[in-house]
Ligand binder design. Structure first.
Ligand SMILES: [Zn+2]
Length: 61
């Protein structure tokens, strides 16, 4: 994965966003849980932005 496009940070961290009872309540498979954790839990260690937020940054000339 590329680094943070906002500030150039190069370290990503993973937060837990789906706890066990929630995964069971939603009936998530291990693969589905992994996808949600990856999509919603990964953020820049430097500024906290998620990869999608970082990728949407557009430079204005
Ligand atoms: Zn960052």
């Amino acid at each position: 994965m590329l680094g943070c496009a906002v500030y150039g940070h190069d370290t990503w961290t993973d937060r837990v966003v789906i706890w066990n009872a929630l995964a069971e309540g939603w009936g998530l498979s291990a693969e589905e849980r992994h996808i949600v954790e990856r999509q919603q839990g990964t953020c820049c260690a430097g500024c906290g932005r998620q990869p999608v937020a970082s990728a949407l940054v557009v430079e204005i000339p």
